[in-house]
Each structure stands twice: as C-alpha cells, then as structure tokens.
Design a protein around this ligand. Structure first.
Ligand code: FA5
Length: 349
C-alpha cells in the first residue's frame, strides 16, 4: 500500500476513533495515538524515504492537512464532552432556590444569667474576684464552718436534700466564704470575692419561692471594715440593678454567720409598695441577707478576728430578676418555656 492509501485509511480510522471516544481520557489516548510525538502521523513522516522525491512535498502537505483535521476534530469532541459533563454535574447538584431555607434557632441568655453576668462585671470593676463553689457541698463548709453546729436551730430554716450523712445539695452559697477564708493570704491584700451559683432547699414553691434558685455570695474582709461599707455596697448594687427610683430598706435580721445581721427589701414592682398578693401585702420583696462577719467564722478559718473583720451578703438572683423584669412567678425561670425566655433576648444585646 502506498503512503497516499495509508493516509486515506488513517483518515477514516482516526475520525471514527475520535467519534467513538466516550470520555476525556479515551479522547486523549486517541490524540496521542494519532497526532502524538510517536503517533501514526509521525510514523508516516518517518517513512518519507520510501516516497519518490517528486511526491514528498505532496505527502507532507497531506500529512499536515490530516493533522489539522484531527486536531480540529479532537478539540470539537473535547468541547462536547466537557459540555456534557458540566450539564450532568449541574443536573446532579441542582438547588431549588424556591424552597424555604432551614431556620436556625438562635437561643438567648437566661434572664437570671443576664443579671448574674452583669453583676459579676460590676463587682470585678470594684476589685472583687469571682469564685465558684461546689453545688454538692459538705455539711462542714455549708454549716459547721459558718457557725452552725449540728444541733443549731437555724439549720431548720434551710432544710435540704442530703446525699449522705455529710454531703448535701447546698442550701446557700455561704460555704464559699469558708473556702476562700481558709486559703486567703492577707499579706497580699484584703479579701474581696463574690461566689454565684445554684442552691437548693426544701421550700414550698410559690410566686417568690423555688426549691432551686440562684444566689450570689459576697465577702469583704480586711482591717477596719465597717457596717457603713456594707450599707454603701448594698445601696450601690440596688441602684445599679434597679435604677435610682426603686426604694430599698434594711431590716434587722438574724444569721448565725453575721453579727449584726440585716436583710434588704426592694419595693414591690407589682404594686409599687401598696401591697398585693405577690409581696404578700407587705409592699416589699426581700432580696438579700447580709451582715458583719461573725468572729467565729473568721476564727474557724484561722483568722484573728481581733485584727480582721468584714461584711458578707447573699443575694437572691431570682428575686433580683423578678423585681427587675416585673415577672409575677419565679417558677417561670425553671419551666423552660421558650416563649417566656424569648422576651429577654434584647437584654443580651
Ligand atoms: C441566706 O441564704 C444567707 N446565706 C445569706 C447571707 C449571706 C446572709 C451572707 C448573711 C451573710 P436567706 O435564706 O435569707 O439567707 O436567703 C438569701 C436570699 O436568697 C433571700 O434574700 C432571697 O432573695 C433568696 N431566697 C431565699 N429562699 C429562696 C427561695 N426559696 N426561692 C428563691 N429565692 C430565695
């Protein structure tokens, strides 16, 4: 067969193979086989010696024409294959933009934590450190160290859930006082701390009582701390949380770990002090207990009560929250109703 016939045959075979190649890889193989460095057309050029000199130019021309033809066909085929591939991918990854989007439910801070975080910041600003005591507390720290020995009648006011003879769900955050007093090094400066957290009591639930609630303990111990330091601090807190207009009062009270002891009331948000079922017709809602640290508490922790003295307070964060937001039932904080919680979303911003 002469070279012209070979070229004719290659033309037919090449075009068929290009047509048959069903993916990019196969098409590339065909390209290498036809127009590659060691491909069919190159082989033909290498056998030019067999061609009569007067025909060589013509053969060269034919080879070039065929190379152009193959290259064009190969490019065309590639374009078609890529287009098919893209169409297939688009079909597979089709997104229906008219479908409604998936709604992301964004939660918000619990109202009690809104107040807690705000108060923490406020106290940190006044030089207090924040401590975190254990919710499962020992009788030793919750009561004994706080001047409440086993047979003390004041234990009855805080009946709680015992886990065994020694461990209990803490009734108050006051155990934090004993824990920090034991560790504090007064050569490094005065002790100023707040300890927020959950507490538990076997109280009967009503609009202002819950069997689980939040307290924030406060303790300041140094030389020369006076009752007016306590009064000033409590007034600052009340004004910070409730604003300048809400009325507050201090009443004498009793706690085994403070002497003298006081309780602070805030005028009822619901009746503005006139008396209603929420404040049990007193016009006031009690928000915290406080007093000057009892010398026994200091001595129990190994601190000389003749040199050092201080004040302490335990505020009820739930009570702060109901008064601040005008919530008529404390139990709403613990029922996890999102319609209730959503109302406080703005407070967080
Ligand atoms: C105490 O728990 C003392 N540890 C507070 C204290 C600390 C006094 C340091 C002196 C020095 P009391 O039982 O009064 O005190 O509780 C403190 C506050 O917790 C109350 O003023 C009230 O705001 C809140 N509170 C008490 N019982 C409940 C309850 N069942 N539900 C919601 N809040 C409560």
């Amino acid at each position: 067969m002469d070279l012209f016939d070979k070229l004719k045959e290659l033309r037919q075979k090449g075009l068929e193979e290009i047509k048959k190649a069903s993916d990019e890889k196969k098409l590339n193989d065909v390209r290498v086989e036809l127009v590659g460095k060691k491909g069919e057309l190159t082989k033909i050029l290498h056998s030019m010696r067999e061609v009569a000199p007067e025909d060589r130019r013509k053969v060269g021309q034919k080879v070039n024409e065929l190379r152009d033809l193959f290259n064009n066909q190969l490019d065309e085929s590639k374009k078609k294959l890529v287009a098919v591939l893209i169409a297939k991918k688009m079909e597979e990854e089709r997104v229906d933009v008219t479908l409604p989007g998936r709604k992301q439910a964004v939660g918000s801070k619990h109202p009690i934590y809104v107040i807690l975080d705000d108060l923490e910041k406020y106290f940190i600003g006044m030089g207090y450190k924040v401590v975190q005591g254990p919710e499962i507390e020992t009788d030793h720290y919750c009561f004994e160290m706080m001047n409440l020995p086993k047979d003390h009648p004041a234990r009855d006011m805080q009946a709680t859930f015992y886990i065994d003879g020694e461990d209990l769900l803490r009734t108050q955050t006051s155990g934090d006082q004993a824990r920090v007093l034991e560790k504090h090094d007064f050569s490094k400066g005065p002790l100023k701390m707040v300890g927020p957290g959950k507490v538990y009591r076997r109280d009967d639930d009503d609009a202002t009582h819950s069997h689980q609630f939040m307290q924030m303990e406060g303790l300041v111990v140094d030389k020369n701390v006076t009752m007016s330091d306590l009064k000033g601090t409590l007034e600052l807190i009340a004004k910070h949380v409730f604003g300048q207009d809400r009325e507050t009062r201090l009443r004498p009270s009793y706690f085994p770990f403070t002497e003298p002891s006081v309780e602070m009331d805030v005028s009822c948000f619901n009746c503005d002090g006139k008396g209603c079922p929420i404040c049990k017709y007193t016009g006031w809602i009690e928000v915290l207990g406080a007093g000057m640290v009892h010398p026994n508490v200091l001595e129990n922790a190994g601190i000389d009560s003749k040199t050092y003295g201080g004040f302490a307070f335990g505020l009820g964060l739930d009570r702060f929250a109901i008064l601040k937001y005008g919530i008529d039932d404390i139990r709403d904080f613990y029922t996890n109703d999102v319609r209730f919680l959503r109302q406080f979303r703005k407070e967080e911003d």
